[in-house]
Design a binder for this molecule. Structure first.
Ligand code: C2O
Ligand code: CU
Ligand code: CU
Length: 542
């Protein structure tokens, strides 16, 4: 049993961190696996012949010439995050082999991986090497790729191993990202620093004339807890997951940025393990949202705030010319209630500043936003993308969506009462290539009615993006009141790969299974829930 050696450690940890929740043996193993502190030597032993642990995909013959080719390494490293001692991290580094130098761009001073940029239709080849002391595998979150490129934990790569990903970008323009997906270690590896952005552009986006270059700011928002020696601390809060007390933007604490009085495109990714954000401007100015997980909306929408659960993205168009020179405007997370129990020193729903923007005079002439025809536009009036809404009558199960009930069985998170099985797929998890289906996620409290632990779940599907067809608010009065504190920030207008369900909420989605048959994952993107087994396979049959 691979975790036996950690038993003493998890018993210590149980005393320190169980936070009053029940912790099952399954969760105990996860806690044990997740809380050793780097840079210890090899921390996990595993038997590479154990089929539950590792199935190396057959060596593949790479054919044809890629448009973009790079190496990507998972390494242990030390970076300076806080004043004083350096912080031990896990991280991605990359080097361009073939393509345009701007396609692999390191973020200076950040532990985040390089920003990879490609255009729709391009062929990408990534030679990945695992230099971590534990197994890993890379998933391209939001990109629709064949199963052998999708980062399933059954293809986990042992320390010292490597794998060449080779896929075509079939997604539309949007901000996607990559992160590890190894069996039960995803939460820890992302936490230690393993995440990077994958930005796709296309002709439709070019035509929208959005702010570009220095006026296009990708912002990855994460929470961490540091100890007195500036090392990242990772301890479970029972069934909740993990919440840190220090907010990082692109790997930096107390983030601030000088911006000019010009329109900017802010691309937000909630890269946190369990934290939900309710983004708003400090002076109450509404947010103009132009894109979601899967790229541009049909047209911009205005929101007083934007709710982003782990892995969700939103793109905001903001004209800093609306504020006088010298203004300091804060991007905040506004208060909300009921997503999780209010535990930790910075609970989910606490109000805090994410980053500050200092408005400076435009250096050049003011560049107003343009419409496609080239005339200046109000942000709210710009047409963006004429994408089609999916039509529920086109689903083969129109009228009877497949239910997926989210609840804790004892203290194990489940989907329809099941936990993750490496190769397992149940009859209600099999779909037919070329068809559309309606799925309904149903968040009922752990233990069912009468239970007092209520937790939100951001549900994510690998493979094609989906559309939200409908939501049913909670019927319980307290859950309903809590739901009201986040629901106006949902962005159900766009293409999505992750959708938040507050306690008591139900969400219907529609998905078209196209392009690739195979075994793919769906799971809660609270990464601790995922590692605790709140993940399943689904299979698309050709
Ligand atoms: Cu971003 Cu299966 O994950
Ligand atoms: Cu994914
Ligand atoms: Cu969850």
């Amino acid at each position: 049993m691979r975790f036996e050696m950690n038993r003493r450690r998890f018993l210590q940890l149980l005393g320190a961190s169980a936070a009053g929740f029940l912790v099952t043996p399954w969760a105990q193993r996860q806690i044990a696996a997740a809380t050793t502190t780097p840079p210890s030597p090899i921390r996990f032993t595993f038997d590479p012949t154990d089929p539950e642990v590792c199935i190396v995909p057959p060596p593949r013959k790479l054919t044809g010439d890629p448009d973009l080719e790079l190496t990507l390494n998972a390494i242990t490293d030390q970076v300076s995050i806080l004043p004083g001692q350096v912080t031990q991290v896990f991280r991605y580094t990359g080097q361009l082999i073939q393509g345009n130098p701007h396609q692999v761009q390191a973020i200076p001073g950040s532990f985040l991986g390089p920003i990879i940029r490609a255009r729709t239709g391009e062929r990408v080849r990534i030679h990945f090497s695992n230099q971590l002391p534990q197994q890993t595998i890379t998933h391209w979150h939001g990109l629709h790729v064949p199963e052998t490129d999708d980062g399933h934990p059954r293809f986990g790569i042992n320390p010292g191993g490597s794998y060449s990903y080779d896929f075509e970008i079939i997604n539309r323009a949007g901000m996607y990202w990559f992160h590890p997906h190894p069996h039960m270690l995803t939460g820890e590896q992302v936490y230690r620093g393993m995440a990077g952005l994958f930005i796709v552009s296309d002709a439709e986006e070019d035509a929208a004339n959005l702010p570009a270059g220095p006026f296009d700011l990708p912002l990855v928002i994460q929470d961490r807890t540091f100890d007195a020696n500036n090392q990242m601390v990772y301890t479970m809060m029972g069934l909740l997951g993990f919440l840190g007390n220090t907010i990082l933007v692109n790997g930096q604490p107390n983030a601030s940025k000088v911006v000019f009085q010009q329109p900017y495109r802010l691309r937000l990714l909630n890269g946190s393990n369990s934290r939900i954000y309710k983004f708003g401007w400090s002076d109450g100015t509404p947010l103009t949202v132009i894109a979601t997980d899967g790229g541009l909306l049909a047209a911009p929408v205005q929101r007083d705030y934007v709710t982003l659960s782990p892995a969700e993205r939103a793109e905001i168009l903001v004209d800093f010319n609306q504020w006088p020179e010298g203004t300091e405007i804060l991007l905040k997370s506004l208060p909300f209630t009921g997503a999780t129990p209010p535990v930790g020193s910075l609970p989910n729903g606490a109000e805090f500043t994410v980053m500050s923007f200092h408005v400076a005079a435009a250096q050049n002439t003011y560049l107003p936003l343009m419409t496609r025809s080239g005339s200046p536009a109000q942000a709210s009036g710009i047409p963006l993308s004429p994408f089609q809404r999916l039509e529920p009558t086109q689903a083969r199960n129109s009228g009877s969506p497949r239910p997926y009930v989210l609840y804790a069985n004892g203290a194990n998170w489940t989907i329809n009462g099941r936990q993750f099985e490496m190769n397992g797929v149940a009859s209600d998890e099999i779909f037919q290539l070329g068809t559309q289906e309606l799925l309904e996620f149903i968040n009922i409290p752990p233990g069912g009615p009468g239970s007092t632990i209520e937790i939100a779940h951001p549900m994510h599907l690998h493979g094609p993006h989906f559309q939200v067809i409908s939501r049913t608010p909670p019927t319980d009065p307290t859950q309903y009141t809590n739901w009201l504190t986040v629901k106006d920030g949902y962005l159900d207008e766009g293409w999505k790969d992750t959708v938040l369900l507050m306690p008591g909420e139900r969400v219907q989605i529609q998905i078209a299974f196209d392009h690739y048959p195979g075994l793919f994952l769906y799971h809660c993107h609270n990464l601790e829930h995922e590692d605790m087994g709140m993940m399943r396979n689904y299979r698309v049959d050709a």
